[in-house]
Design a protein around this ligand. Structure first.
Ligand SMILES: NC(=O)c1ccc[n+]([C@@H]2O[C@H](COP(=O)([O-])OP(=O)(O)OC[C@H]3O[C@@H](n4cnc5c(N)ncnc54)[C@H](O)[C@@H]3O)[C@@H](O)[C@H]2O)c1
Length: 432
């Protein structure tokens, strides 16, 4: 099938590449010229395991192509995926939909034959209806169908999630569109995963409901972690004990800092905003958002507890700065808030990050990037395990820090407090 992907970011690039790998003829378009020029010569703008190889492979056999010519790309395709960003509008907490509508206007100009417009961007309930309204004119009344097909991939696991989806949700009442989209996904849904055809609004809501539920699960265990600290209970034991119950499950049940990333913060806010429009009070999600906001102070409170009030010239090392392992995505990572706070108090900050230097800290004068763990940790006053990359799971801190007094703040509870005690290391986790 001839597929056009509008928006070549985390979702668009993975979707386009994987559909190309399934033998479709895919053109990925983006308004970012630099991104497209780089992709044309095999330079991948994001870190996503396995993606680069697939891009190179499919570009070579020309099933995967890149362009900034949105008009021509739409005209030459039968299925158009909208994969543009839908960030939070910080003034209103609503979703910024301008990129979606820009894409829709481009599609409207180029409806030269029947096309299926598939919205993969995460949008509030009824946006599909609005897209349909924009596209409808006397001339092209029967020339298109608008489908909602929310994306559930996780950064860092995106190729696997795309190839072996738990479910493919397709929101449309058009039998024709459903048949075509189902055949596009057929090689994937054969592999035991579930294909759900629902209403367009239903599909839109399934995405937000899922993300808000996961954010709630994280906040729930985070709040219990606060109680564990007071009651001298290890939250890890509580998570294990709860998670073994199949009705609960152990995923998203690990205590840590506030949830971050490109989806949970914005999708929870967007869901509440949309519910308010329907005059429905989503009180549970509202309290999750409020709790998570407060939790953003936890890292700095802990750091002061460990190092005292005065942080001047304290050598503080961050192991990892991204919001989770397996990605270079810095959106809403807790380091974005914590590092500038520490820099302002004249701490000397070093960070090691497997995906490399981060421009987010460029303007801070006392923040330095290291290319290896050892140099970053040497003689540090405090090591902060910020992101749970595998390479941080079995470190010998005595050798790495080379100091008598070693202090570790393990934001991901990767290490055993007992082992640390035996090694005479001052160890601080979360909820233990
Ligand atoms: N990142 C994730 O893990 C994830 C997972 C599931 C769903 N989503 C949703 O998918 C959508 C895309 O997210 P993302 O993380 O891939 O975003 P992103 O910011 O990485 O990429 C968006 C891309 O769209 C391009 N773009 C914007 N307007 C355009 C236009 N009019 N024409 C052409 N290109 C345009 C931008 O230049 C950018 O490259 C969002 O709605 C997000 O909520 C993201």
């Amino acid at each position: 099938m001839k597929v056009c992907i509008i928006g070549t970011g985390y979702v668009g690039l993975v979707t386009g590449t994987c559909f190309a790998d399934l033998g479709n003829d895919v053109i990925c378009v983006d308004r970012d010229k630099n991104k497209i020029e780089n992709l044309k010569i095999g330079k991948v703008p994001i870190f996503e395991p396995g993606l680069e190889e697939l891009i190179i492979k499919n570009s070579k056999i020309k099933t995967l192509n890149f362009s900034t010519d949105i008009n021509k790309s739409i005209r030459n395709s039968n299925i158009i995926f909208i994969c543009v960003g839908t960030p939070t509008n910080n003034k209103t907490n609503s979703v910024e939909l301008k990129y979606v509508y820009q894409a829709v206007r481009s599609i409207k100009k180029n409806l030269n034959n029947y096309k299926i417009i598939v919205n993969k961007s995460t949008v509030p309930v009824t946006v599909g209806d609005k897209i349909e309204k924009i596209l409808t004119s006397k001339k092209n009344k029967k020339n298109f169908d608008v489908v909602s097909n929310p994306e559930f991939l996780r950064e860092g696991e995106a190729i696997r999630d795309f190839t072996y989806p738990d479910r493919v949700v397709v929101g449309t009442s058009s039998k024709k569109a459903n048949k075509i989209i189902k055949s596009l996904y057929l090689p994937l849904i054969k592999k035991d995963s579930r294909y759900i055809n629902t209403s367009r609004r239903g599909a839109e809501l399934i995405k937000y409901a899922s993300n808000a539920f996961l954010a709630t699960k994280i906040s729930y265990i985070n709040e219990l972690a606060n109680m564990c600290e007071k009651a001298s209970v290890d939250i890890k034991d509580v998570s294990i004990g709860m998670g073994l119950d199949q009705r609960i499950g152990d995923r998203f049940l690990r205590a840590g800092p506030a949830y971050g990333g490109s989806c949970f913060p914005k999708d929870t806010k967007a869901l509440v905003y949309a519910a308010d429009k329907f005059k429905v009070n989503l009180s549970i999600v509202k309290s999750v958002i409020k709790f998570n906001e407060l939790r953003k102070n936890l890292p700095t409170e802990k750091i002061h507890k460990i190092l005292g009030k005065n942080l001047k010239n304290k050598k503080i090392t961050f192991l990892g700065v991204t919001f989770k392992p397996g990605t270079d995505d810095m959106r809403e990572a807790s380091s974005i808030k914590v590092i500038p706070y520490l820099a302002k108090r004249n701490a000397e900050i070093r960070y090691y990050e497997p995906t490399g230097y981060k421009k987010e800290f460029k303007k801070l004068k006392n923040v330095k990037f290291f290319t290896n763990i050892k140099d970053a940790c040497m003689l540090s006053d405090l090591i902060i395990i910020h992101t749970e990359w595998n390479e941080f799971k079995q470190l010998n801190f005595r050798k790495l820090v080379n100091k008598k007094i070693i202090k570790i703040f393990d934001m991901r509870n990767l290490y055993s407090p007992d082992n640390m005690k035996n090694n005479k290391i001052s160890y601080f986790g979360i909820g233990r």
